[in-house]
Design a binder for this molecule. Structure first.
Ligand code: A2P
Length: 337
């Protein structure tokens, strides 16, 4: 059977990838409704040979929608996702609006897919991009050896800040190379030829919300409130693909060989670890435009008897957002089949 799908935020960076991935994976789409703000209502988008007119979310009637993929920010999700769910849709929400609610499952397709079925509000939350790729790689290590603590530094691309983030990096870079003025707008300070240790708002404990998302979401997804997560999240002048330097401490010692075997067998993971020039994943050479979570630079921590270091890279727009959302939609429709 076919399912009527609504993509909310269809004109955004993630929405556009959702559309591409629905087509690539042959998702059984019946009607497809593209929704955005009044700013882009009336635009036409090509999808699988169909020309579809973008409509204003504010005056769309959700009756008859089976699956709604939301990626238009937390404010839009808070206001509209419950209306879509009340009309009978299963909402898969890419924003942070519901991630920490006890009655909303937070699901990485390769890690805790069974949680999708437990959705009393008709809403399933899609994790934050940085948590998503980290847990695709770490969940199998956690199951095998019990992770006690995660120290992580992220190197996050500007596409995570949406289309306007990409435009700002492009414009600023061109302006600087041409000796033109370049005022920051989307990012708090210059992003071209720079990096910024600040993503999302500052919280009372001195961490940013982007960092605390990794703490809260890791515990919820792995179902283990005892896991310690100590993150620093940094925006870097890369267009697509987040990278992470991850340092874990396990209950049982996990050597490089065992870790490599576990990762090689893990769904969604590709190990690229050759210990030679170019023998490691980077956003440009591996991640951008692809689906896998790439892991390299496996090493045993010389400062800790049960410590392991890894380098994890993935396309933040695809696995970090749109791909996982479509995978969750596949899980939902397969339950019904
Ligand atoms: P629009 O193109 O009309 O502004 P990005 O994360 O790349 O910036 O994309 C954000 C997405 O969310 C866009 O599709 C944008 O639509 C959509 N959006 C933003 N605000 C609203 C809103 N108030 N109602 C509906 N869609 C919105």
């Amino acid at each position: 059977s076919r399912y009527n799908v609504a993509v909310v935020g269809a004109t955004g960076a993630v929405g556009e990838a959702m559309l591409a991935i629905l087509a690539e994976r042959g998702f059984p789409v019946g009607e497809l409704h593209l929704l955005a703000s009044e700013r882009s209502a009336g635009e036409t988008v090509e999808w699988n040979g169909r020309a579809i007119v973008v409509r204003d979310l504010a005056d769309f009637d959700p009756a008859g929608i089976d699956i709604a993929l939301f990626s238009a920010g937390a404010g839009v999700s808070k206001k509209y996702a419950p209306k879509f769910a009340a009309a009978g849709a299963v909402v898969i929400d890419n924003s942070s609006a519901f991630r920490y609610d006890d009655d909303v499952p937070l699901v990485v397709a390769e890690v805790n897919p069974e949680q999708c079925a437990n959705r009393p509000r008709g809403i399933i939350a899609n994790p934050n991009c940085s948590t998503m790729q980290m847990l695709v790689a770490l969940a199998p290590l956690h199951r095998a050896a019990g992770i006690e603590r995660i120290n992580v530094c992220t190197y996050q691309s500007v596409s995570g800040a949406g289309r306007s983030g990409m435009e700002e990096l492009g414009r600023q870079t061109a302006a600087m190379l041409n000796f033109q003025p370049h005022e920051p707008a989307k990012f708090p300070v210059q992003i071209a030829f720079n990096l910024i240790p600040h993503i999302d708002e500052f919280l009372e404990n001195g961490f940013t919300k982007e960092e605390m998302k990794m703490v809260w979401e890791t515990r919820k997804i792995l179902g283990d409130e005892a896991i310690g997560v100590n993150p620093t999240a940094v925006r870097v002048p890369v267009f697509f693909g987040h990278s992470e330097a991850v340092h874990i401490e396990t209950k049982r010692r996990l050597g490089v060989d065992e870790a490599r075997e576990l990762l090689a067998a893990a769904p969604g993971v590709e190990v690229i670890d050759e210990r030679e020039p170019g023998g490691y994943p980077t956003p440009v050479t591996h991640a951008a435009g692809t689906d896998a979570v790439y892991v390299g630079r496996l090493r045993e921590d010389p400062s800790h008897p049960r410590g392991l270091d890894l380098w994890i890279v993935s396309d933040n727009i695809r696995k970090g957002a749109a791909l996982n959302a479509v995978q969750l939609a596949e899980i939902v429709v397969n339950e019904r089949a």
